[in-house]
Design a protein around this ligand. Sequence first.
Ligand code: RUB
Length: 310
Amino acid sequence: MHKGVESTIKDIKSLKIQGARNIAKEAIKALILSVKSSRARNVDQLLSEVLEASDGLASARPTEPMLRNNVHDVNNYALTDVKTSASTIARAKVLVIARSEALLRKIDESGKTLIEYGAKLIPDGATVMTHCHSSTVVGILKRAHELGKGINIIACETRPRYQGRITVKELAGEKIPVMLIVDSAMNMFMKKTDMCIVGADAVTSRGDLINKIGTSTLAHVARFHDVSFYSAAELFKYSQFTMFGQLEKIEERDPKEVLEKPIKGVTVRNPAFDATAARYISGYITEAGIIPPQSFFALATEKLGIKVYD
Ligand code: RUB
């Protein structure tokens, strides 16, 4: 496998690259580089390299449909359109690279639109609670601040990998008032919160949200206090498996992230994500607007070009 692809896979697995959007974008960039520097001698060889790279990248983290949807798009395009229309290796490279770059542009454009909708949604002077590190949520909060909304942020630290620290650093860097709390303080501080906004790793066919472990706890606590709970989720995050009755797999990470030195007789579980039922979600902030969880399926299948039936 191409060295750059191998190292991107490694960085995704180790969380050096984290967050669904960053993972998807870095994977596409790795694909582009691998095609650019490929020494394949014919079109078939190039396409089998693309297949190998996209399969490796797509499975770097199991709970990442945005990653899967994008690299599979490139791969499907390569194995259909490119295979039938490109007679030279140079032409095949141009086509695969163009498709990949178009996806990167789409991701950026839909991210920008989503951020505008999300920023508008936040009331003036609101205190917003968030969890983990979502580049999309940080984008929304920065934009709301830019619009002069006078927001305050409460961020949960997000054990065991403390992605909340990345969130607070980025927000403090923009001079946005932000407070870091331990995850178990979320109930206590919900009393001072006006709305919650979290990111999304996957959204299922019935509109349930899969995001960083602790997200469902946050949603339940928000419901208890009557605080609205939104997820910023591009339609690319739709999990196609769930349409056919398959569950989105929840990644289980190394127990050492929780307990460095094992204690005899103690089992450690370390799921990276959990599922929040659609009924706890006030709405999804998407590039198509703020939508109820029940509409995610229809819009996502349309955007991804999935034919629900013939
Ligand atoms: C990150 C996480 C984020 C989503 C969305 O988990 O749960 O909320 O990935 O991020 P991890 P984004 O740190 O394990 O990758 O909005 O940037 O796509």
